[in-house]
Design a protein around this ligand. Sequence first.
Ligand code: UT7
Length: 329
Amino acid sequence: MLKRSIVMGCGSFLPDKLVSNKDLEKDLDTSDSWIQQRTGIRQRFIASDNQLTSHLAIEAARKALFNASIDASEIDLIVLATATPDRTFPATAVRVQSALGIQKGAAFDVQAVCSGFIYALAVADNFLKLGQAKTALVIGAEVFSRILDWQDRRTCVLFGDGAGALILQAKDITTDKNNLSKDDRGVLSTHLYSDGRYEDLLYVDGGPASTNTVGKLRMAGKEVFKHAVQKMGQAVETALLHNNLSVSDIDWWVPHQANKRIIDSIIERMHISPEKMIITVDQHANTSAASIPLALTQAVEDGRIKPGHLVLLEAMGGGFTWGSALLRW
Ligand code: UT7
């Protein structure tokens, strides 16, 4: 019997502290109009000093469990995507596991920076399809504010903190991928890619093995921009082809939220109806692995994404890493 990962619910969490573009103008040679015109970002949320990635993740996970009507005791797999773990080790996922009172199954982190949530989703989906777990908690959580160089206006204005979570549960199915129907819910495909030749275009200049410091984010913005449009476009084209779908079949597009201009370029390149694109970069800025589950949760909570809808997620990040995931909600 084939198994499929069904989406049971989602949740998200943002820190209280809202920092507007105007707030950044006070200490930085930047302006609200530059940031809005070049990125679409209006504000971001920043974690307080004692708020760690695990704290944001735990709150998002609790909301997702509530939304899915699932008890934490049912979770037997936690995959947490982050590039800003609480500690070098253990994994932030085991802190979440412990806080939720779970003592069974496996919990670990994956690191694919801004593509992290798609990577975590793909890993969890494969565990469930193979029967190695039954109910998975997939989280994207970041405190990028800790790895920003707050003197570097080219990068620090672009990012924010937050977390989002999704619950998947394995169900037996009888249909095959060429026989999609509205009842055929769940993760329909995932596609992951990476190309380490580009590691120097977006990276953190520290780490336990290289400098014994945490380091700060460095980015060649223009180059990353070009690759983001091309690689996210390629990932969604592959997903559509694989599932025998066309652009108009997709109900909602949930791209990684890095820059509104990147999203607009994808809309143009793929001839997507702009109203089908979920956009939260204006409110959250780029929250790396948290950006997709934050956007997804917002669109579910405000009633845009409904059961039966086809939702295509796509992301690109440091590495480079990139990928896509097609879900029927
Ligand atoms: O999550 C995946 C990874 N991230 C991304 O996908 C981000 C990809 N890149 C981008 O979004 C854009 O390249 C940026 C938003 C980072 C930059 O936009 P841009 O249109 O590529 O601007 P630029 O880097 O070419 O800079 C244009 C000008 C420069 O001044 P000069 O040299 O022309 O005098 C910058 O120094 O804008 C200046 N500038 C700023 N001015 C005010 C750069 N940052 C700022 C700033 N405020 N914050």
